[in-house]
Design a protein. Structure first.
Length: 372
């Protein structure tokens, strides 16, 4: 299955390069009383950086975002909805917020469901706008058209932001969790000094690293970048702990299968050996080797059938416990069930066939004397 489609259906992250930037506060001063925000210098830096990087050969789209999906970082903000009495609500709505530059959704290939993306005309002096994802629209305007609705992140002195677009959901926290409601603001209207660059390329994005560094240094010679990696690596790192758990579970399952195989072989072989005296009597009375093998294998098939039925029933029940470790595939994997069942059944039949064949070829008088 594709981990990438689990983040965003139809999404290809192989050709996306990411790197983190943090502009120093002394060089990029914030507005008064807003230490976590940037000012005009911050807006200009990221706008120029985005323009230059987008013009590099091989770059399809370039954008900045305040928190990259599955990176382990997250931001949320409370807000009020225009026309609703926030005083009657015990807790103000609080959802995940992303600050982005206009091409962010093009980099992540996120579908536009309604309205429009941000553009260069969305500036600090223009009307304030936001984009929301489908989960946000369904939660707060389930039976209405969310386009044109307004929210404010300041309930004391509301500065209303109009919903101008609705985009598809992106899994941000983890692949196994459903996408949460998110709303997006243009960087020009809520400038942050801490941003992540995301670049979609038509080639191996890692080959663009040096060219991107040069462009950033040409704007600010003192500006470093950190944590350079592809988005595929970001996704892979996000499931690292889960991957270790699954690998360990796979190792234990393999050991369990081996022990089960050895145990089944030993038990079935012992049961057939115990019937060696009976086999000798049947051979002495005229039974053919084929008749003996049919008898023993038939008995083994009955035991295998009973054991398989009980085992499959218990396995189906246990899939509920395993479902929490899986995403992108169902807990009931038909190929695995069939393969394991076939392996154990084959071992059981082989354990019955080998001693039965040996007994049927032996001298009947010796077989009669066995355990006699």
């Amino acid at each position: 299955f594709s981990r990438l489609q689990a983040v965003n259906p139809g999404f290809d992250s192989h050709n996306v390069l990411t790197m983190e930037l943090a502009l120093p506060q002394l060089k990029y001063p914030p507005p008064a009383n807003d230490d976590y925000l940037g000012g005009t210098a911050t807006i200009n830096f990221f706008a120029e950086a985005g323009r230059r990087i987008a013009n590099l050969p091989g770059v399809e789209h370039a954008a900045f975002v305040s928190a990259l999906p599955l990176s382990g970082s997250n931001n949320d903000f409370s807000f009020v909805i225009e026309g609703r009495n926030s005083g009657q609500e015990k807790v103000s709505p609080d959802e995940e917020i992303r600050v982005i530059t206009p091409d962010y959704f093009r980099v992540l290939q996120t579908p536009l469901l309604q309205g429009r993306f941000f553009s260069d005309s969305d500036t600090v002096d223009s009307s304030k706008v936001i984009i929301i994802n489908r989960a946000f629209a369904r939660k707060y305007w389930p039976n209405e058209d969310a386009l044109g609705k307004r929210i404010s992140i300041n309930d004391q002195n509301p500065q209303w932001m109009t919903v101008v677009g609705i985009v598809g959901d992106i899994k941000h926290r983890a692949l196994e969790l459903d996408a949460k409601p998110e709303f997006y603001l243009p960087h020009t209207q809520l400038p942050s000094r801490f941003m992540v660059l995301a670049v979609r390329s038509s080639q191996d994005p890692r080959t663009l690293t040096q060219a991107i560094r040069r462009e950033l240094l040409s704007i600010d010679p003192d500006q470093p970048v950190a944590n350079v990696r592809t988005l595929e690596q970001v996704i892979s790192d996000s499931i690292g702990p889960r991957r270790i758990s699954v690998v360990l579970l796979g190792v234990f399952a393999g050991v369990a299968l081996l022990l089960a195989s050895v145990g089944i072989y030993g038990v079935m072989s012992y049961l057939v050996v115990q019937r060696t005296h009976e086999i000798g009597v049947r051979m002495a009375l005229g039974a053919q080797a084929r008749d003996v093998l049919t008898l023993v294998i038939g008995h083994a098939l009955k035991l295998v059938g009973i054991g398989t039925g009980i085992g499959l029933l218990l396995a189906l029940i246990s899939t509920r416990a395993l479902s929490a470790l899986l995403y992108g595939i169902g807990a009931f994997d038909l190929a695995t069930f069939v393969l394991v069942t076939a392996v154990l059944a084959t071992i059981a039949l082989l354990a019955s066939y080998v001693p039965a064949l040996r007994a049927s070829r032996a001298d009947p008088m010796i077989a009669i004397g066995h355990n006699g």
